[in-house]
Structure formats: C-alpha cells, structure tokens
Design a protein around this ligand. Structure first.
Ligand code: HSE
Length: 409
C-alpha cells in the first residue's frame, strides 16, 4: 500500500480523491499496490465525504507521518503551497501538483530540492488540465530542438471568447457561466488578465529551453478589452480571436515570449479549439508541428493528470524521473517592442484609411456604418515601430478603438 496525502479538497482535490476511490482497482493493477488516501488537508469540513474521517486541518500531521510518501498539492495559490511543497520535498517525499502559479514562480528551486533529496516533483496538470503535455515534451519529443510553442492555455478565456463568437454573449455573462462550471480561478482576474496563460507558457518555455522563465519577464495582456465588435471584424478578416501564449526561439539564441489575444486565421489548427478546450502546438526541428488538444480545465480532466503523476511517483520511488531546468533570468528574452507581428486596428473617423495608408503603407480594411467605423490590418512590423506609427495616426485625428496582434499560427 502506498499512502498519499492530498492538500486541498476544492474542485481539483475532490476530483483526485474521487478518481483514487472509484478507479482503485484499475490503479492497483498498474502499480501492484493500493494507493491509499491517508490524509486530506482542508480548513473546511466535509461530513458527507466517504473519507470524512481522514480530514485534518494540520499540515504537521502529514509532514510528520513517515508512511505518507506522496503529497498532492492542489490548494492553488503561492502561500502556504510553496512552504508545504518545499518542506515535503526536503523531507524526501515526492510531490505532485496542479499549481501553475507555484511551478511558474518556484519551479527551478523546487526541482533542485527534489534532485537533492532524490524525490519526484511532477506537475503534468499545471499546463493543459487533462492534456498530456509536460511528459510528452520531456520524453517523447526529447530528440527535438523546440523552435516554437503556441497555445490556447486558459479554458476560462477560451470559453468566454467562444460564447462571444458563437452566441454573441456579453463578456460578463460568459465569465459568470465559466465560474459556475468550475473552470475559473478563485480570483478570475488571473484568467481574464492573462496571468494564468502566462504562467503556463512560462512552464513550457522553461521545460523546452532548460532555463526558468519567470512570468514577470513576459509581456502579458488579457481579454478584458475585447468587444463583440472586434469579434465580428475578426470574422470578416477570416480569423477568430484567441488568447495565445507563445514562445519562439530566435536565431540569436534569445527567445520571444508573449501572452496576448491574437487574431488567429480560420485555417490555423488553433482556430477551432473552442469552449474550455485547450490546444498546444509544439514545433520541433525533427517532428515539425505536433498539436495537443483536450480539456484544459475542470474537475476530472485536471484530476486525471494529477492521478497519472501520483502513479508515476509510485513507480519511481527508487529511481527518480528526470524532469529538470535551471534557474534563469530575463537576459535571454527580447523586449516586447522587438517582437514582430502584423496588427489589427479598429478606428473611428473620416478618411481614417487614407491616413492609415500614409503612415503604415498599404493596409487591408473593412468598413461599416457608412465608412465611419473601420478596421484595418497592417503588414508585419516590430511592435515598438507599430506603437509609434499608431501615435502618429492618433495625432492625425483618427480615434483608435482597439489593437490586437495577428498570430501567424
Ligand atoms: N482557470 C484555469 C483555466 C484552470 O481556465 O484554464 C485550469 O488551469
């Protein structure tokens, strides 16, 4: 029997307990031992739970229990998750987490501790919910030099954008629905302002390029400024709007990494990834594009990835899994102004296209409302150059309503 403890009995934690109980036989046949939930840490009471008598409010009971070999951190947030995970790894216990905020902030440090104490620190569920992505990148694609990763990495925002695109639903209503369905973070600002997607692309970039990429070094925009009008213009340009996390390796050895809403051409593999589904494209130098698709949020999909990591820990107590990157800083990341994109711009005002062409050269435009409301797209240019030209356009009397990058995906 392998004893495990689960820290947190929220959406994901209760899903992990549910799978461990309902899939007991299947998991037993895989590792030859029962995975026994010895303790669950939560400040709340769960009298109706089938394991109600195993709840505790005291982490000390767990860390001091020598029988508990795997600790599953599914509380979310940085504190006290960081302290609990660090202590667990230092005590030589293996840790499984779904906590992307924790891995994005402290991954390098925690991996180093795990290496020191010969413990496993696994976090498949931290990116893409139920989609296998960490393990495939770390194992199956290991022969490749990764050139680019681009993905729809946040289920909540993808759900909101899908509702806006398909049902013409207002932003606020769609967010409320996503919260009710259990996709959103405790504080949904992390979803809609892009931080959750940013943490996930940072984890993938760290894994792909071997050095920790901290979220603070990454230009991040959310979807709060996206309007139904933009959604409709995007469609007229043959695109859909998606929140994209993207990292690209440049020929000078640096990386170009960003999280932002983008117009994605309808023919792109990422364009048809809707609702709470996530899609991640990994471009390897040997494989070309490999695309991972599935449910990126929700109780059982995310818990499924957590349980797979628990099984992996149970199979690798003696010989730890190799999953590692070293600490890094922002010196290998280019500034957002150097990043090259074609841009979508929505404006108001008479003669705005003629004025835009004077500044940007030839543009593609679509107008409505008798020519007073217009959207246009530019050729590719460095973002810093784009913002300067945009200021010239505004100085020329054109009202700028919104700008969105166009993803070459
Ligand atoms: N809030 C996250 C999302 C949950 O919507 O994708 C999964 O990480």
């Amino acid at each position: 029997m392998v004893s495990v403890a689960i820290l947190g009995h929220g959406v994901v934690g209760s899903g992990v307990a549910e799978i461990l109980l309902t899939h007991k036989q299947k998991l037993f046949s895989r590792i030859g031992e029962e995975i026994y939930i010895k303790k669950v840490l939560d400040l709340r009471e769960f009298p109706d739970s089938p394991i109600a008598n195993r709840f505790t409010k005291d982490f000390e009971e767990i860390i001091n229990d020598l029988e508990i070999r795997v600790i599953v951190e599914v509380m979310g947030g940085l504190h006290p998750s960081y302290e609990f995970v660090k202590r667990s790894l230092k005590a030589g216990k293996s840790v499984v987490t779904s906590n992307k905020e924790l891995v994005a902030a402290y991954g390098a440090e925690l991996l180093a501790i795990a290496k020191e104490t010969n413990a496993n620190f696994l976090f498949e569920a931290s990116v893409g919910g139920g989609i296998p992505i960490i393990r495939p990148m770390n194992q199956c694609l290991v022969a490749n030099i990764v050139d680019e990763i681009a993905g729809i990495l946040n289920g909540t925002t993808n759900f909101i954008l899908t509702k806006m695109i398909e049902d013409g639903m207002q932003f606020e209503d769609a967010l409320k629905l996503a919260q009710e369905l259990g996709f959103a973070e405790r504080n949904p600002a992390a979803d809609i302002e892009g931080h959750d997607a940013c943490r996930k692309i940072c984890i993938l970039a760290s894994l792909a390029f071997g050095k920790h990429v901290y979220p603070e070094s990454v230009h991040t925009e959310g979807i709060t400024h996206i309007t139904l009008e933009d959604v409709k213009y995007a469609e007229k340009f043959g695109c859909v709007i998606k929140l994209i996390g993207r990292v690209k390796k440049l020929s000078n050895g640096k990386i170009d990494i960003i999280t932002a809403p983008m117009l994605v051409p309808a023919k792109s593999q990422l364009a048809n990834i809707d609702s709470e589904f996530n899609g991640i494209m990994v471009r390897g130098d040997c494989t070309g594009d490999v695309v991972f698709y599935g449910k990126g949020a929700g109780k059982l999909p995310t818990a499924s990835a957590v349980v797979a990591d628990i099984v992996d820990c149970c199979q690798h107590f003696k010989e730890r899994r190799f999953l590692f990157w070293t600490d890094g800083n922002s010196s290998n990341i280019i500034h957002v102004n150097e990043s090259i994109f074609a841009m979508y711009v929505r404006v108001k005002g008479a003669d705005s296209i003629a004025k835009a062409e004077k500044i940007f050269g030839s543009v593609q435009s679509i107008s409505s409302n008798g020519g007073n409301r217009v959207a246009f797209t530019t050729e590719e240019l460095p973002y810093g150059e784009f913002t300067k030209k945009l200021q010239q356009l505004a100085a020329d009397g054109v009202e700028i309503c919104s700008t969105i990058r166009i993803g070459n995906l």
